[in-house]
Design a protein around this ligand. Structure first.
Ligand SMILES: C[S@@+](CC[C@H](N)C(=O)[O-])C[C@H]1O[C@@H](n2cnc3c(N)ncnc32)[C@H](O)[C@@H]1O
Length: 304
């Protein structure tokens, strides 16, 4: 997964995410909600001299591009990405390969954790837990027995017993989350992703490929995105909530405009309708609205 996504010729070295799938972060109306969240965090921090908004796994930089037009110059916008900087990004958005050591403000990771490479465990025919091996054609077979740390994680979060059952081991996602929150001097860290809880884990795992807007077999040869849902309850955060609830609290969805406006102000009507439709997509309980928000805040500033 690491090599197929991020190695030489890997999917994300080459491809622009929005050609292949839609995410919340690509929608301008999502940035409106994030701007409101940033305002809340800024107020809670007493409006520090510099307020950071750091987007880790920024993709093509859409979220920060939109925020650049909404947030004042006191806000430092930093994208962290393994992809090259898009040419049309506003100058004020920094483009880094590493997460800043100290963040005071808001740290966001939208659909990052599902792309953090993880090992897969499978129960073999004799009932033993093994790592699942995969080759570049996508063919799989049981490999070595699962190590102690991974076995412990599986026992706690995703117990498997029936031959053929499979699970994506969440320790690498947890480590990424700890890295994000570890950089937060003061403020809020927010990861947004699709996921599951112990009560509804997918019995055969959730590893999937995406290419040109379609789900495909997750063949790790660099031709497609490879993703697996996040075991949300295993991420050590303060609070989780569904995106539709979180966005509602931030003022979405937006009411559709009255039809009468279409006669008075057709352009304004079309724009308001587009905003309302986009907000509807972000809060759809069968789609993006079901995504999880994982939140952690720290209000005490550390030096550094
Ligand atoms: C599914 S895309 C999401 C892009 C964007 N956040 C969005 O929601 O549209 C995941 C992105 O995370 C980036 N990524 C993965 N691991 C990363 C890491 N360790 N540091 C920075 N970026 C990373 C990938 O290059 C990819 O662009």
């Amino acid at each position: 997964m690491e090599r197929a996504l991020y190695g030489p010729g890997g999917f994300y070295r080459r491809e622009v995410p929005y050609y292949h799938f839609s995410t919340s972060a690509q929608a301008p109306v999502f940035a409106e909600a994030i701007a409101r969240l940033a305002e809340q965090v800024d107020v809670a921090l007493g409006r520090p001299a510099t307020f950071d908004v750091v987007d880790v796994g920024a993709g093509n930089g859409e979220l920060l591009g939109h925020l650049a037009a909404m947030l004042d110059d006191r806000v430092r916008l930093v994208a962290v990405e393994r992809r090259p900087r898009p040419s049309d990004l506003p100058d004020r958005v920094r483009w880094e390969t590493k997460i800043p050591q100290v963040v005071t403000g808001l740290l966001i990771a939208c659909e990052l954790l599902d792309n953090v490479p993880c090992d897969v465990a499978v129960v073999d025919t004799s009932g033993e837990l093994r790592y699942e091996e995969v080759d570049e054609t996508g063919a799989t077979r049981p490999g070595a027995p699962v190590g102690d740390a991974d076995a412990k994680w599986l026992a706690q979060w995703w117990p498997l017993s029936v031959p053929g059952q499979r699970a994506e081991i969440g320790l690498s996602r947890e480590a990424m989350w700890r890295k994000l929150t570890g950089r937060l001097a003061a403020g809020t860290a927010l990861a947004i992703d699709y996921g599951h809880e112990r009560s509804n884990r997918p019995p055969a795992g959730s590893m999937a490929g995406f290419l040109n807007g379609r789900q495909v077999r997750p063949v790790p040869d660099g031709t497609c995105d490879i993703t697996a849902h996040v075991a949300v309850d295993a991420i050590p955060c303060e609070r989780t909530q569904r995106q539709r609830e979180a966005l509602k609290a931030l003022g979405l969805p937006i009411e559709r405009p009255q039809l009468a406006q279409a006669y008075r102000d057709p352009t304004g009507y079309a724009m308001d309708l587009a905003r309302a439709s986009a907000a509807g997509r972000l809060t759809d309980p069968t789609g993006l609205g079901a995504h999880w928000w994982m939140l952690h805040s720290t209000w005490r500033r550390r030096s550094g």
